[in-house]
Design a binder for this molecule. Sequence first.
Ligand SMILES: Nc1ncnc2c1ncn2[C@@H]1O[C@H](COP(=O)(O)OP(=O)(O)OP(=O)(O)O)[C@@H](O)[C@H]1O
Ligand SMILES: [Mg+2]
Length: 254
Amino acid sequence: MSGTPTLSVHGLHVSVDGKEILKGVDLEVPQGEVHALMGPNGSGKSTLAYALMGHPKYQVTAGAASFDGADLIALPADARAKLGLFLCFQYPTAIPGVTTVNFIRAALRAQGKEVPAREFLNRLAAEMALLKIDESFRQRYINDGFSGGEKKRSEILQLAMLRPRLAILDETDSGLDVDALRTVAEGVMQLAGPDMGVLVITHYPRILQYLRPDRVHVLHAGRVITSGGAELAQRIERGGYEPILGAVAAAPVA
Ligand SMILES: Nc1ncnc2c1ncn2[C@@H]1O[C@H](COP(=O)(O)OP(=O)(O)OP(=O)(O)O)[C@@H](O)[C@H]1O
Ligand SMILES: [Mg+2]
């Protein structure tokens, strides 16, 4: 049974540099559920993630998005993070000069979740061990010189430390080897539950075999064109998007 929506998006239109990318997205993620967002390259998945996080480049021109009843669009990015929204970036950026340990500490402080240094370091060590991240990464500048897979693990480490209410994972599974995928997926699974919902943006059903989504949505040309259960991801894996696009186009308009 679906509960109250944590994330509620209605008729969202978003433009980037004057070009409309999202053309009326409707999406609801109830509290504590795992949803997957799939769709062809360029359909607008990352654009939706950035727009929800409040990236200034992404202009909302129409529609609404709320989180726990709060109007997201009216809030700056830091306030959205404080509400409990977190994005694991598709392409995490390096911040030379800022160590992983200091970055995570600052993020916790900014969200009013600061804990005493010893407790923080103990938690960090425990989460790094679970994610099989070597201790040396603590003092390395965040994402600087990290391999693709190491960047993705580093994003999940931040997620584990920040414990948001809703985590958006933008292709966190891309570029991970089979063992790393399992480690990362198990890490997310341990966090997902009544207190943390997940919106997984992915091209591959493999991560969904671990995360078992309650719903799968398909974004195409800036709109969610269909939604279904976990079997929808398998259908996409087997037959691609063409049959789904065809079926939606042929369906009578309600
Ligand atoms: N600054 C920009 N100017 C023009 N078009 C842009 C700009 N930024 C993004 N786009 C376009 O917006 C569309 C959606 O991009 P987006 O990154 O959201 O796709 P995506 O669904 O995440 O794709 P992928 O699966 O490849 O990650 C693409 O066609 C992209 O070229
Ligand atoms: Mg993308």
